[in-house]
Design a protein around this ligand. Structure first.
Ligand SMILES: [Zn+2]
Length: 366
């Protein structure tokens, strides 16, 4: 009989683990592997749903929010050849298919929008790009309204370069569409968040008590292409001073630092310790690489900063089943994973979820 081995909180035969590792990467990411599903369901028995605070609706229309960068990524990340906008559309899930992974795995989603019309669609540095189309705030509200059983809330986005229109759209997104907060991708939007010209935006968000998500550290956009397809890493690498400035100048603005902040994890860990209004999520990297690639983050996550982290998946650039499974394979300290999956999220974003009409009963019962 083959011996089972312990990996994190799972016991598996070595060869089963190797096979599952391969299978979860080799399928369309919106499709759920039945074996992984059974494993995850078993682990979650009697527990409330994890809440995914960072995922993208890269659906048949939604993938276009990455435009030319997405067609490039298909080759760069997945080694595909002959990629065109048509092939990406054909392989991308419908809205129903996108949502069904959450339903099958018992996870609540709060997807994020993407608005960068000025820089990615219309004009340089990255436009004009005819394959580009933003994930507009109305799209995000519609996704939530059509699938309320899994999409419990949604994050909007605004193009920071439209002056008064930017502020009006931010207000409409929060007050009228009842989106939970706004997400920014500063390399795609080509702006420094501590540039004073954008301060009225942070001021408005703080006043509306709407949380904000900022991309942190390395970005895969343009990765490996000559000139990175024009993408400049400075927009997301300079956490100090950029993000630290905004956190300091807007102490009542709740900031979620997105991703593992590879290349700047030292700054990310320190800002997170120093600023009470800053939190983190760790998507964008397979969980198995966290202890190796961002060791300080991994250390803090399991110790004194364990109340600061929320779960994000970056689905469907990553498979939701594979991400959950890999978290279970890691050696988390007792209780940390449940904190990240939902306990911290309810404590940190609970009031914001309630503001947009989400009942917290399911999580408060636990
Ligand atoms: Zn993302």
């Amino acid at each position: 009989m083959t011996q089972k081995k312990r990996f994190g909180s799972l016991e598996l035969e070595e060869k089963t683990k190797l096979r599952l590792d391969k299978e979860m990467r080799g399928k369309p990411f919106h499709k759920v592997n039945e074996e992984l599903k059974a494993l995850i369901k078993e682990k979650r028995k009697g527990l409330p749903r994890p809440i995914d605070v960072h995922c993208h609706p890269y659906t048949k229309v939604g993938w276009r929010s990455l435009g030319q960068f997405r067609t490039h990524l298909e080759g760069y990340l997945y080694g595909k050849k002959g990629v065109t906008p048509e092939t990406v559309t054909a392989e991308s899930p419908t809205d129903e298919e996108w949502v069904s992974a959450y339903r099958e795995l018992g996870v609540a989603a709060t997807p994020v929008g993407w608005e960068a019309d000025t820089t990615m669609g219309i004009r340089p540095p990255y436009g004009p790009d005819p394959s580009y189309r933003s994930n507009y705030n109305d799209d995000m509200a519609s996704l939530r309204d059509r699938f309320p059983d899994v999409v419990i809330a949604a994050w909007g986005s605004v193009d920071p370069w439209q002056g008064k229109k930017t502020l009006e759209e931010a207000e409409r997104a929060i007050k009228k569409l009842k989106l939970i907060g706004l997400k920014f991708q500063q390399t795609g939007q080509a702006f420094m968040i501590n540039d004073p010209q954008f301060y009225p935006l942070w001021d408005l968000l703080q006043e509306m008590r709407a949380p904000v998500q900022f991309h942190c550290g390395y970005t895969g956009l343009g990765g490996g292409a000559p000139g990175g397809l024009g993408i400049k890493l400075k927009y997301t690498m300079e956490l100090i001073p950029c993000l630290d400035d905004v956190a300091a100048d807007f102490p009542n603005l709740k900031i979620v630092m997105l991703h593992h902040a590879e290349g700047r994890e030292e700054d990310a860990v320190l800002i997170c310790r120093h600023k009470g209004n800053v939190y983190r999520e760790l998507s964008g990297m397979w969980p198995e690489y966290l202890p190796v690639n961002v060791p300080r983050t991994w250390y803090e996550l399991n110790r004194r900063q364990q109340d600061k982290y929320m779960f994000g998946s970056e689905y469907n650039l990553f498979p939701l089943d594979g991400i959950l499974y890999q978290h279970y394979l890691q050696d988390y300290r007792e209780g940390v994973l449940e904190k990240m999956f939902w306990k911290n999220t309810i404590r940190i974003l609970g009031e914001d979820l309630e503001r947009v009409g989400v009942s917290l009963k399911e999580w408060e019962r636990a």
